[in-house]
Ligand binder design. Structure first.
Ligand code: PEP
Ligand code: MG
Length: 594
């Protein structure tokens, strides 16, 4: 029977595919298709992993110290029994042979199926065996990873004729999301997460339909169910009826046509009807995203979230050389267009690795959103910080680079960062290494920074408004928590006043100001931000065309009166919509994408 699950729409479009349920802890398991000829080898890898784990368990049992609790040998017997049970061994083989999944993927798919059967059992004892099963599978996954994957990449593309797949998980860490760029999945849904959580942001950057905060999704959806993900409405339809499916297929085709139509705007200059030029920049997470930025028509990178280079490395940080190569790669790809590199913004929902995630989730870190994150962490790790600054400075010898400091709240943070920058330059000069000039900027994402902006601007060349965090810190709403998602309101009068004030002060001081939070890529805010005086927007490459379309249809001169009223209104969203309606229809004939 068809069911619907509601969540938050975070990445547009419609995805239709079979569900692949993945436990959060296993999201980074390799997922790729194998071809016919590889099936026997993959089945053999699975058998070898099973034999290896069996040996481990037998050795463990043999070497148990005499004082070990009496239950331990019995527990190891249970694990051995599960290891050889057909529900694990034979059924996993089936995923490899019938679906052509790689061994790791087959194993975790089967675990999800059996774990659910355990959950539904009435018998407490049997229900508890689920944990044992998980431990056995974990051991097998480790054995498989030691043997090394057969296919070098962790993810592959959907093979010819293979059914489309969508990923369903309780949660996906931002670092794990990166593994899915260019992967087999055409959409995803998670139980938790807010609209501007980093998992949602990475989904938008991948431009695949996604719904987060769909609380019950991973419980209600079963492995292999047909699922529709409506990333525009935030709805997930499980096991849709043929008529519903047909409707969604129609919408899917429509949205592909719309994308193709918008794509044709990519080389059109971004200028309003009354001739105001507007700079459209791209946000990127990884160096390889720069190409998509260029192809989208972006005139530079407004935000390179460098922290993604620091993830998935078991705590080992990228050294100066590796960072330099990554930054230089982006600078060269952009062929002289400006590249804004933000220094590492680690913490809260962007932890370095699993260990930190565990610490954050289990309370060892008292209040991560207010803790040692972003610029605070960089200043607390001077050697690491200087290494990053040197790498950025060196890359600036190859093109135009701007350096952006995240989460600045104190003047002292800017002063210390400038001192670190001077020292980094000195070290490079002493070593005879070339570097260029970089402009220094700060993210404005804490209300305190807005309130002391005139002082801050004395030490900065530019600012970039991080609306995602600005909303979080102004309204005291966790941006990643779906329980308070309805209160995370970009239209809140306080948020709009802070943004308007930042733009005004920066412009008066003659400093470049941009918005790089998610509001910049949402066409619902384009006119409002233009009315506030913003002329530089930074967003995911996939959003550039729709924002540009709005800009091409706007006459900025006609927005001023509506702005003043909206900023004083108790309900800015309603007030801005009313102002918009009262304006004559824009003279936009002929401005549709060709
Ligand atoms: C922001 O806070 O708006 C921003 C752009 O930074 P991030 O989303 O990476 O915190
Ligand atoms: Mg931020």
């Amino acid at each position: 029977m068809s069911i619907q699950v509601f969540g938050l729409p975070v990445s547009r479009g419609v995805a239709i595919g079979r569900a692949v349920l993945v436990a959060s802890s296993r999201v980074d398991v390799a997922h790729y298709y194998i071809d016919d000829s590889r099936v026997p080898t993959e089945v053999d890898r699975l058998r070898q992993a099973r034999d290896k784990v069996a040996n481990e368990l037998l050795t463990l049992k043999r070497e148990l110290p005499s004082e070990a609790p009496a239950e331990l040998p019995a527990l190891l017997d249970v694990h051995l029994m599960l290891l050889h049970d057909d529900v694990l061994a034979e059924a996993t083989k089936h995923w490899i042979e019938a679906r052509h999944y790689n061994a790791e993927w087959a194993l975790s798919a089967q675990l999800e199926v059996v774990a659910r059967q355990f959950d539904e059992m009435d018998d407490d004892y049997l229900r508890e065996r689920k944990a044992d099963l998980e431990q056995v599978v974990e051991r097998m996954l480790r054995a498989l990873s030691k043997a090394g994957p057969l296919v070098p990449s962790t993810v592959g593309t959907t093979g010819d004729g293979a059914e489309p797949l969508v990923l369903v998980a309780n949660d996906i860490a931002p670092a794990d999301m990166l593994q899915f760029k260019g992967s087999v999945f055409s959409g995803f849904v998670t139980d938790v997460g807010g609209k501007t959580s980093h998992t949602a942001i990475v989904a938008r950057s991948m431009d695949i339909p996604a719904v987060v905060g769909a609380r019950e999704a991973s419980r209600l959806i079963r492995q292999d169910d047909w699922v529709v993900i409506d990333g525009d409405a935030g709805v997930v339809v499980v096991d849709p009826s043929p008529i519903v499916l047909e409707e969604y297929r129609f919408r899917q085709r429509q949205s592909e046509l719309e994308r193709a139509r918008l794509h044709r705007l990519r080389h059109t200059p971004s200028v309003t009807l009354d001739g105001e030029a507007v700079e459209l920049l791209a946000n990127i997470e990884l160096p390889r995203d720069a190409q998509a930025a260029l192809e989208s028509g972006a005139v530079g990178i407004g935000l390179f979230r460098s922290e993604f280079l620091f993830m998935n490395r078991d705590g080992a940080l990228p050294n100066e050389e590796e960072q330099f190569e990554a930054y230089r790669g982006v600078v060269e790809t952009m062929h002289g267009l400006p590249v804004t590199i933000r220094t590492v913004d680690i913490g809260v929902d962007k932890p370095l690795d699993r260990l930190t995630i565990h610490e954050l989730k289990h309370g060892q870190v008292l209040n991560p959103a207010l803790g040692l994150r972003a610029i605070r962490w960089s200043l607390a790790e001077p050697a690491m910080f200087r290494q990053q600054l040197r790498a950025i400075l060196r890359a600036s010898a190859f093109g135009k680079v701007r350096l952006l400091l995240p989460m600045v709240a104190q003047l002292a943070e800017i002063r210390l960062a400038r001192e670190a920058l001077s020292r980094a330059k000195q070290q490079l000069s002493d070593a005879g290494i070339a570097f260029g000039e970089v402009e220094l900027g700060a993210m404005i994402e804490i209300p305190a920074a807005v309130l002391i902006l005139p002082s801050m601007l004395r030490y900065l060349d530019f600012v970039s408004i991080g609306t995602n965090d600005l909303i979080q810190y102004t309204l005291a709403i966790d941006r990643a928590d779906e329980a308070v998602a309805p209160l995370y309101d970009p239209w809140h009068p306080a948020v709009l006043l802070l943004i308007a004030r930042t733009i005004e002060i920066a412009r008066q001081a003659g400093k470049h100001v941009s918005v790089c939070g998610e509001m910049a890529g949402d066409p619902a805010f384009t006119e409002l931000l233009l009315a506030m005086g913003l002329r530089s927007f930074s967003m995911h490459p996939a959003q550039i065309a729709s924002v540009k379309q709005r800009i091409l249809r706007t006459e900025v001169n006609r927005l001023a009166a509506g702005l003043a009223r909206t900023l004083q209104s108790e309900d800015p969203m309603q007030s801005w919509a009313a102002a918009r309606e009262s304006r004559e229809p824009a003279r936009d004939a002929g401005l549709e994408a060709p």
